[in-house]
Design a binder for this molecule. Structure first.
Ligand code: N7H
Length: 493
């Protein structure tokens, strides 16, 4: 039987379109023992506050209108007041609610801490709350922290947080915000983020010829393309050998139009990253003059696969092109040259995490695509840190990315991209050349090195010594549809 037509009023808004945000608060909670009937009633009160995809469409239309108006008047667009609320549950949360159905994703079922060794995370660096596990997360976005705070206050009131009859306990709160001024939209190393995302069949139109459209089921459970554990063409192990797996799994009915939400608390060591780029700067012809980049900028671009402006090095390998970086019709219109890393190293972050044409001969990349929804956290680098070329040890000055992404299958999506692609020195599979090496941004392993960074000597190895992205852990969650919240979660008591 085919599922009912997709209703955008029934899907949580962050999944398919992303809640519009200048800031975001992640409120991680546990559901208190012995309070489940009350919790379920209160969850029913939260449901009307939850922002759907249809509401995000309206918000985005308001933002576009404001931008057009500002353009016509040659002014800066106003920041429009808006907030969003979404909720997701971990496996531990489902069990606390006695929702015991097998959802068909072993990574979700085991929880993220079970992946510590698979990812080569250092467990001593994990936040203790994520080590212990949390039941769920309510995330609130908004155009200002004051709007977010007042929305969070409403949520806390619903569940009586802090009071004698509280049904949930605050376990951890993480706050993110976009960077200031010209750095808005850029992550802490300085690179434009949120450039390349898959378009979703029937929901978003590809902005250019490079943006690939994926089946709805790559993101939403129960939709076409949600093929359980087995992608077409089989699954690969860490050495990129095919594994034979059982047939795809079945999902419980309530899982339809939900999505798995992966959260990672990633600290970035920005002064150390910049220092590495300076010390290992590549040779460049007459730097700065004639618009040439510095050797450090070129190295940074070769590690990421894009210039800080967002322009892909596959299209503009030796010079940044800010106009191209800002132009959605151009900044994703490339597929990589499968036989060469002259323009972009095989191990560059964006090539590791979305190898495009490199996998055409291996069944493509569609089932690996994820929708990223992260936000930056922490302050800008201080003068003292920049001068010392070291991040401060003061926790108040920690900065990085609250990484978040959606997919219909964590085993195929995030877990595979991190473990079998980013951390795997042999990926992407290339015959007759030295192994590509590790993803220099997120790859974790005992030794970190890659080749292909120097455009002149493709085989030269670059030893990365330290890591600049430190995992502080996270959790795997499930974001149910609105009808599942109303008909299954609220009724769980
Ligand atoms: Fe990455 N960075 O600043 O270097 N990422 N990422 N990422 N990332 C991308 O296209 C970054 C992380 C992906 O389709 C860009 O948005 C940093 C994790 C994927 O071409 C930049 C961190 C995972 C893509 C960064 C981090 C991914 C992507 C280019 C951690 C998944 C799209 C701009 C602190 C396991 C690839 C853009 C494509 C792009 C950076 C984390 C995956 C600049 C700093 C954990 C799939």
């Amino acid at each position: 039987m085919s599922p009912p037509t997709l209703d955008l009023n029934n899907v949580q808004g962050d999944i398919l379109l992303g809640l519009p945000k200048k800031g975001q608060t992640f409120f991680f909670f546990n559901i208190n023992d012995g309070t489940i009937p009350d919790f379920c009633i209160q969850l029913g009160h939260l449901v009307p506050l939850i922002t759907t995809v249809a509401q995000v469409q309206d918000d985005q239309a308001r933002i576009s209108k404001e931008k057009e108006k500002a353009k016509a008047h040659h002014t800066n667009p106003q920041i429009l007041d808006m907030t969003g609320v979404n909720i997701s549950f971990s496996q531990k949360g489902l069990l606390q609610l006695s929702i015991n159905d097998e959802i068909g994703d072993p990574a979700f079922t085991a929880g993220q801490f079970a992946d510590v060794a698979n990812f080569a995370d250092d467990p001593t660096k994990w936040d203790p709350e994520f080590k212990a596990g949390v039941h769920g997360v309510i995330y609130i976005t908004g155009s200002s922290h004051s709007l977010i705070d007042s929305q969070l206050a409403k949520v806390k009131t619903i569940f009586g947080v802090g009071g004698p009859g509280a049904t949930i306990t605050e376990v951890k709160v993480l706050q993110g915000h976009v960077r200031p001024g010209d750095e808005t939209g850029h992550e802490h190393f300085g690179f434009l983020d949120g450039v390349s995302q898959p378009a979703i069949q029937g929901i978003s139109t590809p902005a250019n010829r490079g943006q690939e459209t994926v089946d709805q089921g790559v993101i939403l459970l129960g939709r076409e393309g949600d093929n359980g554990i087995v992608p077409p063409g089989g699954r690969h192990d860490a050495d990129f050998k095919f594994l034979i797996e059982p047939e795809g799994v079945t999902r419980p009915t309530w899982a339809l139009d939900g999505s798995f939400f992966v959260f990672r608390h990633l600290q970035q060591l920005v002064p150390e990253f910049n220092d590495f780029l300076e010390k290992n700067a590549l040779d460049v012809p007459i730097p700065i003059l004639l618009g040439n980049p510095s050797g450090a900028d070129l190295l940074g671009a070769r590690l990421v696969g894009r210039w800080k402006s967002g322009a892909p090095i596959d299209l503009t390998p030796l010079k940044d092109d800010p106009a191209m970086g800002a132009n959605p019709a151009q900044n994703d219109a490339f597929r990589f040259d499968v036989s060469s890393q002259a323009r972009c190293p095989f191990a560059a972050h964006i090539r590791k995490t979305n190898p495009r044409a490199d996998l055409d001969a291996f069944g493509g990349t569609e089932v690996r695509r994820i929708l990223r929804r992260g936000i930056q956290f922490g302050p800008e680098v201080t003068r003292a840190e920049a001068a010392a070329k070291r991040s401060s040890t003061d926790i108040k000055l920690e900065r990085g990315l609250l990484f978040a992404c959606y997919q219909s299958n964590i085993v195929n999506g995030f877990q595979f991209v991190q473990q079998s692609w980013a951390n795997n020195v042999s990926f992407p599979p290339k015959l007759g050349v030295p192994t590509p090496g590790i993803d220099p941004i997120i790859g974790q392993a005992a030794t970190r090195a890659l080749v292909g960074v120097d455009p002149d000597v493709a085989t030269k190895e670059l030893d990365l010594t330290a890591e600049w992205v430190v995992s502080k852990g996270g959790e795997y969650f499930f974001s149910p549809s609105i009808s599942a919240l109303r008909d299954t979660f609220v009724q769980a008591a």
